[in-house]
Design a protein around this ligand. Sequence first.
Ligand code: CP
Length: 308
Amino acid sequence: MMNFLDIHTTSAADLRSMMNSAHAMKTARKDRPKGTPDDDQPLSGRMVALIFEKPSTRTRVSFDVGVRQLGGQTMVLSGKEMQLGHGETIADTARVLSRYVDLIMIRTFEEQTLLEMAEYATVPVINGLTNRSHPCQIMADVMTYEEHRGPIAGKKVVWAGDGNNVCTSFIHAAGQFGFDFTFTGPETLEPEATAIRFAREKGVRITMDRDPAHAVQGADLVVTDTWVSMHDPESAKERRHNQLRGYQVNETLMAQAKPDALFMHCLPAHRNDEATSAVMDGPHSVVFDEAENRLHAQKAVMRWCLGL
Ligand code: CP
């Protein structure tokens, strides 16, 4: 039984093996209707709880469809409607759910909630996003880069904007998959120092560059995300916009990257804030492939967790 809590706490060999499995499962069901089962049904007879304490479109639907394609069943739970949201401890919730289900995916606020769930559950736990990280998204993003351009190792990835939880997981991935990472954004919104230290200790180059036009020169991949995350207060919005306006990914900025550079955004996007529609819908963009690959990457994660 394995938990999938973060990219940096999972071995590079296991991450690569999940990546291979995701590509193979995607290829195997090419052109098949989404509701049809995979040939292989490793989750047959298994029940998966999907807990959401924050909103979701992609995570919710891709996990639900993925479990069904693998032959399992799901139960989607809203944190607010559970006793968890009314004072029951995470530890007790984890112990109880473990008597009913074979796997738990949770999207929550504090990382501590995820860690406690994993500590007390007797079934595997998957991180479906916390305020600190979003590892499932980055598994899909690495998969997407590699299906378009081949191995990501040695490439230059540039993140423009807010050094948020998705950015942190990208930095963890830089260390584990061996690519260089440049953050371009204001100093006050830089990504967390421990993630940067982790990646640097793995031997990759992590650079902070205030000048977006300089940062994206030679980039193989340009990434951005919403300027205000789900856990940020609404009151932060105006200040964030003022701080980040100069880091918008637009056609002028993309023109500074390599001609065959890809553009990614994990979605949902605020079009014409962090990225223009011309970029989102333009020739560099693979944003909907990223969304699709959540499905395939997470199927690989679930199989790995259960040793299937
Ligand atoms: N990218 C992502 O996690 O999307 P949702 O918030 O819709 O799940």
